[in-house]
Design a protein. Structure first.
Lengths: 113, 151
């Protein structure tokens, strides 16, 4: 049992994926399968709402980056909203913050597509 | 030197949180602040993940022995496993991905198996040392300097 909850809200062109809890080795597969399922269904424009994420490890990052790679092949993107200080620090530490467009809130992130 | 505290867990993802909590409790008692404890937690998480995925090759294939102690101004965390021997020098440092150069190849290189976790450990701790022996197994020693005490 992981400490991550995931909900997906689908708009006309964009899917908003809201995460809450810990994105670590124990829960990364949950995030990975959620994102893969969206991508396999042709949903390539994704926003990850991260205000509820208290912890992110490299396992979670791998799932996020894997989705970015796949979405960009189809002119889509994975964009981030409400990135907390801890999550921003992990992105920076990985040298990966540059590949994610970050927005202050989910409305602007969804509206960016 | 403080008394060494020891915990053994099964090499499974759902045991990593317990391992991190165990070490973080010691870090808290040693006087680290919240940010440093977060760094120690993340380094421990990456260490356990690498043992499961690379030393053992999968979940449930072996045990992880974890210990911590303080020695002078150092907080020392040790992980031991009996998985495959590991050469940290064989793992390249992930390149920093620039937004305008975020090609598929550079992203792939950044995320190469094991590299990111090792990179995190080295960034977050003051020293990271590996000892690998085909008979004795792998030992990973991570050290973080204790905060200076207020006079």
């Amino acid at each position: 049992m992981s400490d991550l909850s995931i909900s997906v809200e689908s708009f006309k062109r964009v899917d908003l994926v809201t995460l809450a809890g810990r994105v670590d080795s124990n829960s990364a597969s949950q995030l990975d399968s959620t994102l893969k399922s969206l991508l396999e269904n042709g949903r390539y424009k994704i926003v990850l709402e991260l205000s509820g994420v208290s912890y992110l490890s490299s396992a979670g990052l791998r799932a996020m980056v894997s989705a970015v790679r796949e979405s960009k092949k189809h002119r889509g993107d994975v964009r981030l909203a409400n990135v907390s200080g801890r999550v921003a620090e992990v992105l920076n530490l990985a040298g990966l913050n540059a590949i994610f467009q970050v927005y202050e809130d989910k409305t602007s992130a969804v509206g960016s597509f | 030197m403080s008394q060494k505290q020891v915990l053994t867990v099964s090499g499974q993802y759902d045991q990593i949180r317990e391992s991190c909590d165990f070490v973080c409790e010691g870090a808290k008692m040693a006087g680290f602040d919240e940010t440093a404890i977060f760094h120690i937690e993340l380094a421990c998480d990456e260490a356990c993940t690498n043992i499961i995925e690379h030393a053992y090759g999968d979940e449930g294939k072996g045990l992880i022995h974890i210990s911590y102690e303080t020695d002078g101004d150092r907080f020392i965390v040790t992980f031991h496993d009996n998985g495959r021997t590991f050469d940290p020098d064989s793992v390249p440092i992930p390149p920093t991905v620039q937004a305008d150069a975020a090609t598929d190849a550079t992203i792939h290189e950044t995320l190469k198996v094991g590299g990111l976790g090792l990179h995190f450990m080295r960034q977050l701790m003051d020293s990271v040392t590996f000892q690998s022996d085909p008979k004795q197994g792998n030992t990973l020693i991570m050290v973080k300097k204790l905060p200076e005490r207020q006079p």
